[in-house]
Ligand binder design. Sequence first.
Ligand SMILES: Nc1ncnc2c1ncn2[C@@H]1O[C@H](COP(=O)(O)OP(=O)(O)OP(=O)(O)O)[C@@H](O)[C@H]1O
Length: 202
Amino acid sequence: MCTKFIVIGYLSGFATRCAKRYVSTMPRPVVISGPSGSGKSTFLKRIMKEYPGAFGFSVSHTTRQPRPGEQDAVDYHFVSRPDMEKAIANNEFIETAEYSKNLYGTSEGVKSIKKTTLNPLYIFIEPPSLAALEARLKGRGTETEESLQRRLEIAKREMEYSRLDGAYDYKIVNDDVDIAYDQFRAILKDDAETVSSLQNGS
Ligand SMILES: Nc1ncnc2c1ncn2[C@@H]1O[C@H](COP(=O)(O)OP(=O)(O)OP(=O)(O)O)[C@@H](O)[C@H]1O
């Protein structure tokens, strides 16, 4: 049986979401980070389908527009900028960030989350290359040329940060989606043999 985790992270770029009051009651959280288009949603959807009820998922807030098929309160809480700014002023998020001209709560999270007492497990999902990332973002059909270029620029910085010692507990290169997903699942199940090669810095 797999350990219960609450997944609190995921978003465009770095994300980590959840309202403060949620934190005190949760099992060890997992923060999943990675450039936009690296595959975070893909893995999260899959793991939640494979293990229904085993994972909680804290839904972030964002001021960006929903993409086709995205549901409010499921994929994100889609809110107006004034509402979001009010919530930020009320200190309702662990952290917030502005990404690609939209506000996210909570996000750009890894550095800030590390200053909290949450003690999560950090997983970084990396694309095999920037060219592959670009192709996937284009294939997803959600970006304008401008937002695509912004995401790629940010991706470069995120990938640089991920290479720092101790930035993440595990790094998964999402090349073949099935192989990468198996690695993701192994980490969540604490499968020592499979995950040892994925530890950051090894
Ligand atoms: N290994 C893979 N090979 C090819 N395509 C992939 C792979 N993994 C994911 N994709 C596709 O790449 C696109 C981006 O993936 P996904 O939406 O999961 O990324 P994300 O990290 O959640 O992005 P965002 O942060 O912008 O929400 C999707 O269309 C997805 O189907």
